[in-house]
Design a protein around this ligand. Structure first.
Ligand code: HSE
Length: 311
């Protein structure tokens, strides 16, 4: 029988307010699952996609196969691999849908080949190659936390330099996904080309505070630092009800809240599961007034990243 492997890769929240393109964290749920099997035809192919109709199966257009084929090419491998992709994260949701599929595919391919790449960090460029075809930009702020778990700083995309920050133990996220699609490539076009120096100073101070808060497990500092004076003002109007959602989260006790990635998902960070449940209830009732369908998740911060699932 041909070898197979099943892999889970989590959804991620990138930017985390003030860390545009350089900070992200992983969620416990949702996440994409890939079953990868050896087969006779060379390269990576999609056998079936379950859970989404709108994803290309052409190996040159699918983020999972592009990522896996980049790895196979790097290894000089003539292996054939077919993927069954269980798409649990909706494309265009702002919680790293393409990053999850690309990361799962690269991780599964490496495992199936007997882990020729020993260090997980070294899988990142291949996952980024997949992610790039979906977002139109080469950034690791979703794939790095999806692969490694916890909070991750991307100090540089090229050359790639990522730093794992871990997570404070009592930190929880609430993420609401309004049933709308925002394409990252389109959303990036809304961003300012130039930024006043005073905003850069404010943003840098907040990002430094947020990183220190995560490292020192200082929840109050995390909350004080979660302010975005550059990207959120340019994007918030693309998300109906954003201001109301943010207000509902903060009024219910969230440490901070903002746009997840390029949206439309909106996230809040909370200290403790009880507080997170209150924040979830408040965001939910705020959004029920909009008549837009939504999914809402309460999740601990995922510490493990992408993992093999044993049935
Ligand atoms: N940092 C990227 C952006 C993430 O905000 O455009 C998109 O997934």
């Amino acid at each position: 029988m041909s070898k197979s492997i099943k892999v889970f890769s989590p959804a991620t929240v990138s930017n985390v307010t003030c860390g545009f393109d350089v900070l992200g964290f992983a969620l416990e749920k949702p996440g994409d699952i890939i079953v990868a099997r050896e087969n006779a035809s060379k390269g990576a192919h999609i056998n079936q996609i379950i859970g989404s109709q709108n994803i290309p199966i052409d190996p040159l257009e699918n983020v999972a196969t592009v990522a896996a084929n980049a790895l196979l090419k790097h290894l000089g491998s003539g292996a054939g691999i077919e993927f069954t992709l269980y798409k649990n994260i909706k494309p265009g949701s702002g919680i790293g849908s393409s990053a999850s599929s690309a990361t799962a595919a690269v991780f599964a391919t490496n495992q199936l080949l007997g882990t020729p790449i020993k260090n997980s960090f070294d899988l990142l460029p291949f996952a980024m190659a997949g992610e790039q075809i979906a977002s139109g930009a080469f950034h690791a702020d979703n794939v790095a936390p999806a692969l490694l778990g916890g909070f991750v700083i991307v100090r540089s995309n090229d050359p790639l330099d990522v730093i794992q920050l871990g997570t404070p133990p009592d930190l929880y996220a609430v993420v609401i996904h309004p049933d709308l699609q925002i394409k990252t490539a389109e959303s990036r076009k809304l961003l300012p080309k130039q930024v006043p120096l005073k905003d850069v100073v404010t943003q840098t101070g907040n990002l430094a505070g947020l990183v220190a808060g995560v490292l020192q497990h200082d929840y109050n500092l995390i909350g004080r630092s979660m302010k975005d004076v550059i990207v959120e003002p340019a994007r918030e109007t693309t998300i109906p009800g954003f201001k109301e959602l943010k207000k509902a989260a903060l009024n219910a006790g969230a440490l901070g809240a903002g746009i997840s990635g390029s949206g439309p998902s909106v996230f809040a960070l909370c200290k403790g599961a009880t507080s997170a449940q209150k924040v979830l209830d408040s965001m939910k009732s705020a959004y029920q007034n909009t008549h837009i369908q939504f999914d809402i998740y309460l999740s601990a911060i995922n510490k493990r990243g992408t993992i093999e699932i044993l049935d």
